[in-house]
Design a protein around this ligand. Structure first.
Ligand code: FE2
Ligand code: FE2
Length: 387
């Protein structure tokens, strides 16, 4: 299988992965032959590309972080929550205290079907654990759901993987996952009709962490952990975050770390990093960055904004060139393959550039017969992602 951007898709290609519609229905099954109609449909629905089956690339099996059907049904649930809350149209009423406003709107206690959401999130955590997933393929297959839904899902996936690598217990992984998925649910009050996101310049932007946390508490009396994580996801290590200006202690976010009042709750430190990574790679506020560029951007903000232990773990969790992605060779020792393109078949844990691959295109961009190439031992290997 190899990943093709939308512009590369052509009639006659065979789809490698199933694609699900926004309502969770199967749109295209794996093995489906593409034609102009399907390609136009994918484009209209906003899919950036798809994995296709192709001779020479049969052995390439990209890592799937989440079963497509499970992702689709979770997105439907999350989207319903955003819609229901946006329809409640409370932004006008929220000019006093949020607490008061929730008291005045008892219907909000039922706005988040927390039981259902927990069941779904637990299934996702179980799936990741069952498959021994510890790393994130950078090509998360995006669906056509609205931005806030994708952002919640992808922030949750990155958070779970960070938690798994910090050896969190199952119970705590579930709390982390739930809080990460719903971390921006408080924005639902502020997003206007027909809009999908709000700018950080929005006059009430800084209210969304508290609104989200209170919403969770309104619907459940056993969500204090998740509420704290949501309310603190914009706090910064140097104390310049919001809403409370809490400070980080720069300690490992391990289970058992004592909580000190006035410091940032450790689950919130994980969500803060996962959130910022997804914002940068999804291009929510500008051009999307490659996973490598996003990581560098976050590292530059190390110490002031993010817990350094969490950032270090993110660098271990992200696969910059995962199996199945298309790459261009910028440098290698033999100098025979500069600017050739190919598909990654095996990653290298120690140096992401030293992959094994199958070459597919020459330096003029012309198709060549599939040819394996190993850069495992090449200390000069340098690649770039082709999206
Ligand atoms: Fe946020
Ligand atoms: Fe966010």
């Amino acid at each position: 299988m190899r990943y093709c951007s939308l512009s590369e898709l052509a009639p006659g290609m065979t789809l490698g992965h199933p694609i699900y519609a926004f309502n969770g229905d199967l749109l295209l099954a794996a093995g489906q032959a593409l034609d102009d109609y399907f390609i136009a449909r994918l484009s209209r629905l906003g899919f950036p590309g798809a994995y296709i089956e192709e001779a020479g690339f049969e052995s390439v099996e990209p890592q799937q972080i989440l079963d497509g059907a499970l992702r689709a049904s979770t997105e439907v649930l999350l989207s319903d929550c955003f819609e229901k809350l946006a329809d409640a149209n409370l932004s006008e009423d929220l000019n006093t205290s949020l607490d008061l406003s929730l008291d005045n709107h008892p219907e909000l206690t039922k706005a988040l079907p927390l039981g259902k959401i927990r069941t779904q999130v637990n299934q996702i955590v179980q799936d990741v654990l069952d498959q021994f997933q510890t790393q994130l393929p950078c090509l998360l297959l995006k669906s056509q759901s609205r931005y806030q839904v994708q952002h919640g899902m992808d922030t949750m996936i990155v958070s779970i993987l960070l938690g798994v690598n910090f050896r969190f217990l199952y119970r705590e992984l579930r709390q982390l996952a739930l809080a990460a998925m719903l971390h921006d649910i408080g924005k639902s009050f502020l997003i206007g009709p027909g809009e999908d996101n709000i700018s950080p310049d929005h006059p009430r932007y800084k209210e969304h962490p508290q609104a989200g946390g209170l919403l969770l508490l309104a619907g459940s009396d056993d969500a204090y952990i998740e509420c704290a994580a949501i309310q603190q996801h914009h706090e910064r290590q140097d104390g310049n975050g919001f809403p409370l200006g809490l400070k980080g202690e720069g300690k490992l976010p391990q289970q058992g770390r004592a909580y000190h009042p006035g410091s940032i709750y450790r689950l919130a430190e994980i969500i803060a990093v996962a959130d910022a990574y997804d914002v940068l790679t999804s291009g929510a506020y500008g051009q999307p960055l490659s996973p490598e560029a996003a990581l560098i951007n976050l590292i530059q903000r190390n110490g002031t904004e993010f817990n350094p232990h969490v950032l270090k773990m993110l660098a271990r969790v992200i696969q910059i060139f995962p199996v199945g992605c298309q790459i261009r060779i910028i440098n290698e020792s033999s100098k025979n393959w500069h600017q050739y393109r190919g598909i990654v078949t095996k990653i290298n844990q120690n140096n992401p550039h030293r992959v094994e691959m199958i070459l597919s295109h020459d330096n003029r961009g012309d198709r060549i017969p599939a040819r394996p190439l190993s850069l495992q031992g090449d200390e000069n290997a340098r690649l770039e992602l082709v999206l």
